[in-house]
Ligand binder design. Structure first.
Ligand SMILES: Cc1cc2nc3c(=O)[nH]c(=O)nc-3n(C[C@H](O)[C@H](O)[C@H](O)COP(=O)(O)OP(=O)(O)OC[C@H]3O[C@@H](n4cnc5c(N)ncnc54)[C@H](O)[C@@H]3O)c2cc1C
Length: 238
């Protein structure tokens, strides 16, 4: 990228982005990092659980990557992210190296999935990228059956345990046909309240499979809300 393009990218971004300070970094596992961000501008911001925050992992570019605040402290001007550092993408690289006092440039929060509009009872299906959303959902309701898929289930179980998720979360290995995941989601639907909502995020293929499969459940959800957080071979989905 030329110096002129980098300068223009920085000028455009400076108008949009807020500088936040990293005030806490907890490495839950080698792949999962929990970070706290603070900014004066966060004090007045309105946060809707399920909202997204976009960050710029590289100065001089217009690349943005999207994350889900787990909570919002309007008095302290602070929020928190749980990041899965998969692969070699620019955001994964940034979060792998992040330390306290680093500056994180962000845009938002902005609406994404509105968790506060859900029924009291929820079946939640996600993967490693959905842990932040699962934490945000805890601020809304405790009547949730969590079903996760993961490339390395042990790592995800450890992160969930550190985040005080009950042992009852189902974590299954990611497979191309997703049969175990779909079976666990169906069982969760069969054993929850009559009226429940289904939330699905993570791999685009999983969101699609759940949408299709849940139409055939004997106890279908009142409403399904979902969003692809990433897709194989595609970058910065949003
Ligand atoms: C609304 C929204 C909220 C999100 N919230 C969170 C969150 O709270 N925490 C979180 O960790 N992620 C979250 N994500 C997902 C995150 O934005 C993506 O994983 C993002 O692509 C990571 O950027 P990157 O620069 O590391 O990789 P990219 O440059 O975007 O991608 C590099 C490669 O890695 C693959 N890839 C990207 N993400 C994953 C993954 N999770 N698993 C396996 N392969 C992957 C891509 O397909 C690509 O091949 C959210 C996404 C959206 C749209």
């Amino acid at each position: 990228m030329s110096v002129l393009t980098e300068t223009l990218a920085d000028l455009a971004s400076n108008a949009l982005l807020r500088n936040t300070r990293v005030t806490k970094v907890v490495r839950l596992t080698p792949e999962f990092v929990q970070i706290e961000l603070q900014a004066e501008a966060f004090r007045g911001a309105t946060w809707v659980p399920g909202a997204k925050l976009q960050m710029r992992p590289r100065r001089g570019t217009l690349l943005f990557r999207t994350y889900t605040p787990t909570r919002w402290d309007p008095d302290g001007g602070a929020t928190e992210l749980i990041v899965f550092t998969h692969g070699e993408g620019p955001a994964a690289d940034w979060f792998r190296q992040v330390t306290v006092d680093d500056v994180c440039e962000v845009f938002g929060p902005r609406k994404s999935i509105e968790l506060s509009r859900l029924s009291d009872h929820v079946v939640f299906v996600g993967d490693e990228s959905s842990v932040g959303l699962a934490c945000a959902l805890r601020t809304v309701t405790s009547q949730v059956s969590y079903v996760f898929e993961a490339t390395e289930p042990e790592g995800l179980r450890k992160a969930l345990s550190d985040l005080q998720f009950a042992d009852g979360c189902a974590v299954v290995a990611r497979t191309p046909e997703r049969s175990e995941l779909l079976e666990h989601a169906r069982q969760a639907a069969d054993t929850t309240a009559d009226v429940f909502d289904l939330v699905v995020t993570g791999d685009a293929g999983t969101v699609h499979s759940l949408r299709r499969d849940s139409r055939r459940w004997s106890r279908p959800p009142r409403r399904m809300t979902g969003k692809a957080y990433w897709a194989p071979g595609r970058t910065g989905l949003d």
